[in-house]
Design a binder for this molecule. Structure first.
Ligand SMILES: Nc1ncnc2c1ncn2[C@@H]1O[C@H](COP(=O)(O)OP(=O)(O)OP(=O)(O)O)[C@@H](O)[C@H]1O
Length: 926
């Protein structure tokens, strides 16, 4: 049995006499049923009483296997010998974080703030792990080493290593493992599984075990350990996996052995979970087998016993992390008995503590950064942690929602029929299933959870989606019966935001920070562009290039729809390179990076490398893609030889791009980036140019901003911790003199652009010339406006189909949308010139089923950055405009401004008239 509830009261620990002698206890009140139930009393016995320090009212608590006692008609609970007490179980702590927390809580904290730099031990460690996985999958050692070393070619080149030298190092580490495996461990009766993703709903833990052998977790460490026992922190890590494996067993996976390759300890019906009682650590620098000498125990494999007490200890450590994170506390190092004098992080720890004026067991060095900067960090960290909680809530949906609910939420493809699996040459697996025409957020190239039916309770593996469509193909490390794919929530973005903000404040130059913190306006050196015209036919564009090339700190270019933002950006890049600068060209999405590249190529410029995955980079830009595989020297020469490096802002946080430096960073779609998201790119260069439009799509933020953040937004200048406001918007408002708005658009006819110009750009947006202003469908070859039905005669039209919204669809409206589309096609418009935009993916799918071939149907987010001759908009809502999607009018700005020659709104008059903005929209369209 498991008791779970919200803590309503925490008593003080007290000592009572029992028949076992004096014992400490702690009483709490808990409200089950997410805080809605009547309070129950829970007594925690040692060792759980230390939780007095870590639990606050309002926290979520879970107690497994409690003892119950009836007392005055009330059921009282207390911990039993078997119990685990879990604080905030829905806060998913990474297993590797528990490992660093037991070394020192400050080490955990610093690890979160700072990104792992590109260094040889880290790269080598990754290589050894990869080769280990290959060995377990039966691959030849030399082949595996050669392959993985080649894959890491670029990183090794940047570190000045040769392939042979590294292969030798990796071989030395891998040989110990190979010998140990050959010693019989990899026998027929042995059940091995490499790499296993484990997400634990009960213990609030997640991680990826290196391997599992006969149900026992095996962790690989690329180091030496001459003691008989594994290192303490390594044991803690293995014990975390033991907890997770036990939990998997507990969830009814009684056929785990047969279905899963035999690695999961399973529980008998009706019994509690059984946790593996041993763990194995493999130290790859220990090269001699089973030899005990005076110099120490040189065997690479060290087994250790995992008792219940140790598992409980591990859970308590995990609880401390969850409580610290939920409270927003900064660890001091006093929480544990860490010895600072032996710590290789001591200097960093003291510097960070000094700069941020934090209490630290190691002490502080240096003087603190200004209070405004510390406050900004505190608030931004809190906002980012809130974002992390939202990601955790996404994880929780993996088990809280049914398969059908996940599918309805577009977060899973379910009920897939497996079509087979085969092992690839590199030992990994290709899994196939019958395709599904269901809608989901899953895209080719995504990393998802592939499972045999349930992503956390079944057998699941991380998989990369190769193809979607008639047949679904994914690749994984280990085979899975492919019956379901789930969106895999990732904390990657959150981690990278943290390090970007930290780097901006603690590593950023004083000059840069003066501008970011409102202490000085950005400076410009006009002499750099004296007498120059960059773009002859468009004054605002010319001003924008001038601003960018004369900027000493930063420049901001606002590009409303179709105003030549990309064209201007490409011209700017060329100008900067002509001055001898190295430029980072970045954008929020891969699509925008590729569009910018295309504009550069159109202008005859090709001195570029594109950083990105094969699936992320558009086909015609693959020729610029930087291969990370191959000879280290050649790879580095390719990267260093290029004047422009193009990458998404997400890749700017990667250790590869983080190791580079630039003169100027140009960031496109900056209006869609959170402030930390922009900083990831901006931090890498001396100057930066932000390009975007804060009147189009805003940053994607999962969590609601807190009261504190909103209050800080309302007050004056300086950075704000609200992630939903971009750095772009903040700078444009704070430093109007450092910004230019492009005001001539090359896309929409006068009639179409009118609404957008008036509502979003104070009427300043104008067509670039008479040709644009007077654009009509009639100008297109073989199109006759006269053939259109009367309701579509005007280039801006409105049609009310009298539909009815059910959920996020409106089937009658979808039908009508397709009739409208057909009318345009009948009048001669080509299908690829027509786009349909709907606010919800469900309606997109509703229309897609019916739409004529070749017509693009999608949500507004996917249409941003593209245009069509004709846009048909489905608004879905009837009666009223319910839902946040209608509240942000900027989405409508993007949708309408995709159209060049005709735009038709399909919707319910009554719903649209319920809001003044939509009423004005309706008036414009009728
Ligand atoms: N100064 C110019 N002279 C001639 N044509 C131009 C000029 N600036 C832009 N264009 C043309 O206008 C069109 C739109 O430009 P571009 O794609 O750069 O716009 P954008 O602002 O990036 O669009 P979006 O709003 O979709 O991001 C392109 O065909 C481009 O070649």
């Amino acid at each position: 049995m498991t008791l779970r509830g919200v803590v309503s009261e925490v008593g003080d620990p007290k000592t009572v006499s029992t028949r076992y002698g004096d014992r400490e206890l702690l009483e709490l009140s808990l409200r089950p049923d997410e805080g809605r139930g009547d309070p129950v009393t829970v007594t925690l016995w040692p060792k759980w009483t230390e939780l007095a320090e870590w639990i606050d009212p309002g926290m979520d608590l879970l107690v497994t296997d409690p003892e119950t006692e009836e007392w005055n008609g009330e059921t009282r609970y207390s911990t039993s010998k078997e119990s685990f007490v879990v604080v905030e179980p829905s806060y998913l702590v990474n297993v590797t974080d528990v490992r660093s927390w037991v070394q020192c809580p400050r080490m955990y904290y610093l690890g979160n703030l700072t990104a792992t730099p590109l260094n040889y031990p880290v790269v080598k460690g990754t290589l050894v792990h990869e080769v280990f996985g290959d060995l377990l999958r039966g691959r030849d050692l030399d082949e595996a080493i050669e392959d993985h070393v080649a894959d890491a070619g670029l990183e090794l080149g940047l570190l000045g290593r040769t392939a042979d030298e590294v292969a030798g190092d990796v071989r030395e580490n891998a040989r110990a493992v190979e010998n140990w495996l050959a010693q019989g461990a990899l026998g027929q009766e042995d059940d091995w599984r490499s790499e296993r993703t484990l997400i634990g709903e009960r213990f609030g833990l997640k991680g990826r075990a290196d391997a599992i052998r006969r149900g026992v977790p095996v962790e690989l460490k690329t180091g030496k350990n001459l003691r008989k026992e594994p290192r303490f922190q390594d044991k803690v890590q293995a014990a975390c996996y033991a907890l997770l494996l036990g939990e998997y067993g507990a969830e009814g996976r009684t056929t785990g052995v047969a279905a899963d390759g035999g690695e999961v300890t399973t529980a008998e019906d009706g019994e509690g979970p059984t946790y593996p009682d041993t763990g194995t650590l493999l130290y790859t620098k220990n090269s001699v087998l089973d030899r005990h000498e005076e110099t120490g125990d040189l065997s690479p494999a060290k087994d250790f016993t995992i008792g219940r007490g140790f598992l409980q200890y591990v859970v308590r450590q995990r609880n401390q992390i969850a409580a610290t994170a939920v409270r927003g506390d900064v660890p001091t190092g006093y929480e544990s008995g860490a010895k600072c004098e032996y710590c290789f992080e001591q200097d960093t720890c003291m510097v960070v503590a000094g700069r941020l004026d934090e209490e630290s067991k190691a002490g502080q060095i240096g003087s603190p950064v200004p209070e405004a900067e510390r406050e900004y960090l505190r608030e931004t960290f809190a906002a980012i942690e809130e974002e992390r909680r939202s990601v955790h809530r996404e994880y929780a949906k993996l088990w809280e929602q049914s398969a059908e609910e996940r599918a309805d939420d577009d977060r899973a493809l379910i009920d897939l029929e497996p079509l087979g699996q085969r092992q690839l040459d590199d030992g990994r697996w290709e899994l196939r299933a019958e395709g599904s025409d269901a809608v989901s957020k899953i895209r080719e190239g995504d990393v998802v959870l592939a499972s045999d039916g349930h992503p956390t309770r079944g057998v699941a593996e991380l998989a990369r989606v190769v193809t979607l469509g008639d047949e679904i193909v994914v690749t994984t490390d280990e085979p899975v019966d492919l019956r379901r794919l789930d969106v895999y929530p990732s904390e990657f973005g959150v981690d990278r935001m943290l390090t970007a903000v930290h780097d901006a404040v603690l590593k950023g130059s004083q000059d840069r920070k003066d501008v970011l913190f409102g202490r000085r306006a950005p400076a410009f050196d006009d002499a750099r562009a004296a007498g120059r015209t960059f773009i002859g036919n468009n004054e605002a564009q010319d001003d924008a290039v001038r601003l960018a090339v004369t900027a000493e700190d930063c420049a901001v270019v606002q590009g409303p729809p179709g105003t030549g933002k990309t064209y201007t950006l490409a011209t700017t890049v060329r100008e900067l390179v002509a001055r001898g600068e190295r430029v980072l060209l970045s954008a929020f999405t891969n699509r925008a990076v590729d569009n910018a590249l295309e504009a550069l190529v159109d202008q005859g410029f090709t001195d570029v490398v594109r950083v990105g995955t094969e699936s992320g980079v558009r086909e015609d830009m693959q020729r610029f893609r930087l291969s990370t595989r191959g000879d280290p020297d050649e790879r580095v020469a390719e990267l260093e030889g290029a004047s422009v490096v193009a990458a998404t802002t997400a890749s700017c946080g990667s250790r590869l791009v983080q190791s580079l430096e630039f003169d100027t960073a140009i960031v496109d779609e900056a209006g869609q980036l959170t402030e930390p998201g922009s900083l990831a790119a901006v931090n890498l260069a001396d100057r930066f140019v932000l390009v975007g439009d804060h009147q189009q799509l805003p940053p994607v933020v999962r969590s609601e901003s807190s009261e504190a953040q909103r209050a800080s937004n309302a007050s004056g200048s300086g950075p704000r911790a609200d992630l939903s406001e971009s750095l772009f918007q903040r700078l444009i408002e704070e430093y109007p003199d450092a910004s230019v708005m492009l005001d001539r658009q090359y896309r929409m006819s006068q009639r179409i652009q009118w609404f957008s110009s008036r509502e979003f750009y104070d009427g300043r947006l104008r067509p670039a010339g008479p040709e644009v202003a007077g654009r009509r469908l009639d100008d297109l070859p073989n199109v006759s406006e006269a053939a259109l039905p009367p309701e579509l005669a005007d280039p801006v039209a409105f049609v009310d189909p009298s539909g009815h919204r059910t959920g996020n669809t409106n089937p009658v409206e979808a039908e009508r949308v397709c009739e409208v589309v057909q009318s345009y096609l009948d009048a001669g418009v080509a299908p690829e010139d027509v786009g349909v935009i709907a606010p919800f993916r469900a309606q997109v799918s509703e229309v897609q089923h019916r739409a004529p071939e070749g017509v693009a149907v999608d949500t507004v987010d996917r249409f941003q950055g593209s245009d069509k001759e004709v846009i048909v908009l489905s608004t879905v809502a009837t009666g009223a405009l319910d839902g946040p999607i209608f509240e942000d009018h900027r989405r409508m700005n993007v949708a309408l401004s995709r159209a060049k020659r005709a735009c038709c709104l399909v919707g319910d008059q009554r719903a649209l008239r319920s809001d003044p903005f939509y009423e004005r929209l309706l008036e414009w369209a009728t």
